[in-house]
Design a protein. Sequence first.
Length: 97
Amino acid sequence: MQTRSQTKAYRENRDRLLAKYNGIILEHVIYTKPNNSNKKEYAVEIDFDGASRAWLANKKKLPDATYKYVCLGQTKMGTICKRKPVPNTNYCSCHKI
């Protein structure tokens, strides 16, 4: 919906263009992109659930909705180690390879 001032400005601009081009004016100009027939389409299949599991593999969720990195090593009992990893690695000092 156009306001009165927008309609007035449109009419003034239209009249100016009509006078400039001897009464010939194109009301609408449609621009189209060139058809690139050499573009290929690829099927994209992303496993978001798997990606989420992989991202969470070495993290522990904290109560304040943040995450903390944990060691990827296993203890002698077969459970996941919960110690803090050494900087720039995925393992703590006990499981460092």
